[in-house]
Design a binder for this molecule. Structure first.
Ligand SMILES: Nc1nc2c(c(=O)[nH]1)N[C@H]1C(S)=C(S)[C@@H](COP(=O)(O)OP(=O)(O)OC[C@H]3O[C@@H](n4cnc5c(=O)[nH]c(N)nc54)[C@H](O)[C@@H]3O)O[C@H]1N2
Ligand SMILES: Nc1nc2c(c(=O)[nH]1)N[C@H]1C(S)=C(S)[C@@H](COP(=O)(O)OP(=O)(O)OC[C@H]3O[C@@H](n4cnc5c(=O)[nH]c(N)nc54)[C@H](O)[C@@H]3O)O[C@H]1N2
Ligand SMILES: [Mo]
Length: 679
């Protein structure tokens, strides 16, 4: 007998692909894209096709383990009973000693976008006020920027790109990171659209564009301001849009008048003639849409960059029209009030006073592991789930040191990640083929049920089951410790979580989504009503003067090369590199250098090169590439996972925004400088 199940990829990705899963005798025998999916049209990416390998990977660990000495590799298999009892006892001990749970810290990210993973936040809310690693290593900067300008992040559906006459892909490499949207970019081009790519690296996307602009990293705000200046001077503006729907134009215009185009050209390394060409394209082609990726927001002035870029859409009136707007992401399809996240701690719990007579969690910004031991009270217990910070947070060595210094570290994951190696307890989670869940996309706002296709492998459990069972054990040992409603099952939770979305999906129960393609009903053209959600109700121009900034050059000192980590089509952050097939597909890890740089350093293709800075060093073979500018070196994110830790030489540098939406500034992964030497 063969059974077919409906699944959806739950990875942190724009595509959220629908999947048809074939099961025979309780084992998955094939995974295919589901043609019902109007965004993917039934195709998956290389990583999606590798799911089968991932589920049954030989290095997947399907039973709980305890490490006798962090980082020693001396793991012993233990029972769930022992794991949960010891973890519960630790929590009880902390509360007894400190009278609060502030020494307990949760660090969670988007390893899965499934709704049930919110049970992790729910569980920690249910026991008291803890220390929460807030913020986002990914989107906080961009979300804050667009929220300041528009009042909220809203995006058109993917297909609206077909209405554009000009598509500006800015700091984004969708040919590798979002291949499904590339279909629409190509279709738009076939219909006559011009495609521009602005990126320091000649990427696979840039190679397919009509105009490629090679910009110096971190100077996007200057380029956008230069373009704006030309739009004003040559009257390529939508005066009516600006007059009726915006705020701050006069000071924005004043700051543009102060700007010198030659200085912009020297700061951005984009010649004046090219800036003009770009301005003419943007000013003369309507509708124009801008796709903002992760590149700009991962620089120290990324927030300012996003706002200056968005201003170009406002100046030209490309907001609120079909084929216009900004493609970035939206919270409208998943930021609804959560049942899990609104769970309240037991009466009498104490946390950080919020000034209004209540308590709240203590917050520490994502990636700031070094702070965990210097807080008062310091962190004694850390739970990491859906995240691999040793690989993905800046300054891996600082992360490892923090993990080593914390008394109890619990990591819930599918295999022994580089973070799990510094854990005391490893809890095996089930893959998303092993329990029912729901994924709602932040890109195309599709909503789908992920059916349980097979039983959890070995003793693995979903995060939800782990949290629920931990609450049961806790309450048995210390009655009333957790308010988590432990008798509610996953189906009931999913129903409760999804209720606010039912009217927007035209359903009365989430299971109606099985076998059909539904999107959350959001306006096809955002901001068509010109009612912006800013305090003024208008689009807010960036008004900060830019002239002083343009003269502030970056300190590079002994490290003359900027290290730009880039994403590979064959990995998802730190994931998938453990499969031989993916390594075969993408080639072995390399440090990519421009041939000119290589010549000056006596490096040839394949030479082993030490890439180093004040934080540490990594050694990799060199790959010579003209796609990388001479003052940049590049390493694929995740492609190093087996041998070296790329982020051990990535500095923790704040971006300029992120605090408003997430409580912590974003991370400027692209602001690290290094030097090279052959070994
Ligand atoms: N295959 C694959 N797909 C993924 C992921 C993955 O790891 N692998 N990760 C997922 C995640 S978490 C995310 S956030 C998205 C991100 O996906 P994208 O938005 O495509 O972002 P990146 O690939 O990080 O960077 C895009 C480009 O920005 C460029 N860049 C770097 N600095 C600058 C700068 O200062 N200015 C400009 N203009 N460009 C710059 C880089 O050279 C790079 O080509 O992809 C998701 N999809
Ligand atoms: N140098 C550099 N560093 C970066 C970036 C960069 O551009 N440059 N990009 C940043 C960005 S944009 C992002 S989003 C972050 C991503 O950083 P992470 O969120 O750490 O990314 P992943 O490596 O994908 O790790 C996710 C982990 O979750 C696990 N997982 C998957 N499903 C589940 C589940 O159901 N339950 C549990 N408990 N675990 C699960 C996976 O096995 C994996 O170990 O990295 C950031 N780091
Ligand atoms: Mo991300």
């Amino acid at each position: 007998m063969e059974f077919i199940y409906n699944n959806i990829c739950s990875s942190d990705c724009r595509s959220s692909c629908r999947i048809k899963t074939k099961v025979q005798k309780g084992r998955i025998i094939s995974i295919q894209g589901d043609p019902i999916d109007e965004f993917t049209l039934g195709s998956l990416c290389a990583k999606g096709y590798a799911h089968l390998q991932r589920i049954y990977a030989p290095d997947r660990i399907t039973y709980p383990m305890k490490q006798m000495g962090k980082g020693t590799g001396n793991w012993v298999r233990i029972s769930w009973e022992q794991a949960l009892r010891e973890i519960a006892q630790k929590l009880i001990e902390i509360r007894a000693k400190h009278k609060t749970l502030l020494p307990v810290c949760l660090n969670k990210y988007l390893g899965t976008m499934g709704l049930l993973s919110r049970s992790i936040d729910g569980f920690f809310n249910s026991i008291g006020y803890i220390t929460l690693m807030t913020g986002s290593p990914c989107v906080a900067t961009g979300v804050d920027a667009l929220t300041l300008s528009f009042g909220a992040c809203k995006k058109p559906p993917p297909e609206d790109m077909l209405n554009a006459g000009l598509i500006v892909i800015w700091g984004c490499n969708p040919a590798w990171t979002t291949p499904h949207q590339m279909r629409l970019v190509f279709d738009a081009r076939e219909k006559g659209a011009t495609v521009v790519v602005i990126d320091p690296v000649l990427t696979a996307t840039a190679a397919r564009s009509d105009l490629y602009v090679q910009i110096k990293p971190g100077t996007d705000w200057a380029l956008a301001r230069g373009i704006a200046k030309i739009l004003v001077e040559e009257n390529l503006m939508d005066q009516q849009f600006v007059a009726e729907n915006t705020n701050g134009w006069e000071s924005c215009k004043n700051s543009l008048e102060q700007l010198n185009l030659d200085e912009v050209a020297s700061a951005t390394e984009v010649p004046v003639a090219e800036i003009k060409k770009l301005a003419h394209l943007i000013g003369n082609t309507k509708p124009m849409t801008i796709w903002l990726g992760a590149g700009v927001q991962h620089t120290s002035m990324g927030g300012q960059g996003f706002r200056a870029i968005a201003d170009l859409a406002a100046i030209t009136g490309n907001i609120g029209i079909p084929g216009g707007n900004i493609h970035y992401g939206t919270f409208d399809s998943w930021g609804f009030a959560g049942e899990f996240t609104s769970l309240e701690p037991p009466d009498g719990s104490k946390g950080i006073p919020d000034g209004e007579g209540h308590y709240q969690h203590r917050q520490v910004g994502t990636g700031r592991f070094a702070e965990l031991k210097t807080m008062d009270p310091p962190i004694d217990f850390l739970w990491v789930a859906s995240h691999n910070p040793v690989a993905q947070a800046p300054d891996s060595n600082a992360v490892k040191q923090a993990l080593a210094s914390i008394e109890t570290v619990v990591v819930a994951d599918l295999s022994l990640t580089s973070t799990a190696r510094y854990a005391d307890y490893f809890l095996p989670v089930a893959s998303h083929y092993e329990y029912e869940d729901i994924v709602v996309s932040y890109w195309d706002y599709g909503a789908a049920v992920n059916q349980k296709a097979i039983e959890p492998l070995g003793e693995s459990k979903s995060d939800f089951e782990i949290m629920r069972e931990l609450a049961v054990v806790l309450n048995k040992l210390a009655p009333g410790f957790s308010t988590f409603p432990t008798d509610r099952d996953a189906t009931q939770w999913l129903d409760l979580e999804m209720k606010p979305l039912y009217p927007k999906l035209g359903i009365t129960h989430y299971r109606e989504l099985i076998n059909q393609y539904r999107r959350v009903d959001l306006p096809r053209v955002p901001w068509q009503d010109r009612e912006f959600l800013t305090p003024s109700g208008k689009y807010e121009f960036l008004t900060a003067p830019c002239t002083p900034l343009i003269h502030a050059s970056e300190e590079v000192g002994d490290y003359p090369f900027r290290l730009l980590p880039i994403r590979s089509f064959a990995t998802l952050n730190s994931q998938y590199r453990n499969f031989v097939s993916m390594e075969e597909l993408s080639g072995r890890s390399k440090v990519l250098v421009n041939p000119k740089t290589a010549l000056s350093k006596g490096i040839e293709e394949g030479t082993r090169v030490k890439v180093y800075n004040q934080l540490g060093e990594i050694v990799l073979p060199a790959g010579l590439s003209n796609c990388i500018p001479p003052d940049i070196v590049s390493v694929y994110i995740g492609c190093d996972a087996k041998e070296v830790e790329l982020n051990s030489i990535i500095a923790l540098i704040d971006t300029d925004l992120g605090q408003l939406c997430s409580g912590a500034k974003g991370l400027a992964f692209n602001n690290t400088f290094v030097n090279l030497v052959r070994v």
